[in-house]
Design a protein around this ligand. Sequence first.
Ligand SMILES: [Zn+2]
Length: 156
Amino acid sequence: MSDYVTYIQTEALQQLIAICRSGMPDEVCGLVAYRTDDPKRVVSAIMPLQNAHPSPRHHFELDPAEWVSAYFQLLRDGYSVAGIYHSHPNGPAFPSETDLAQRLWEPAPPKNKPSGSAEGLQMWIISLADLEAPLVAVFAPSAQGAKRSVLAEVGI
Ligand SMILES: [Zn+2]
């Protein structure tokens, strides 16, 4: 199986990290999207959403109405949603047990997707444990659970 690569514009990556930093010490969350007509699916839009969890320092939760409305707003603007991001202000760039249990990145049962398909929402995690060197990790749904994707920056 070939490596699964996710592309992001440098500007969008910097914006994503800045948003996560400014939300400290809480976890922040939102959507990452690419232009629907872009065959390389380079992530170029970041849409922050409110963290609706009552304990935002250690958890995140999307407000269902807000996230659905943001999803369709992006579609109307010519974007497709690549995934959901959230920050780990003190944690590693790896899904927690809770993150995996939420299965936000897998909206449809795998059996309904073509085999080998990378469809489904990605889970983006931004670790700020080292503020000088934030880490952004992307995970995609796979038959085994979550599969790490290589994140490649694209300059303009
Ligand atoms: Zn998490």
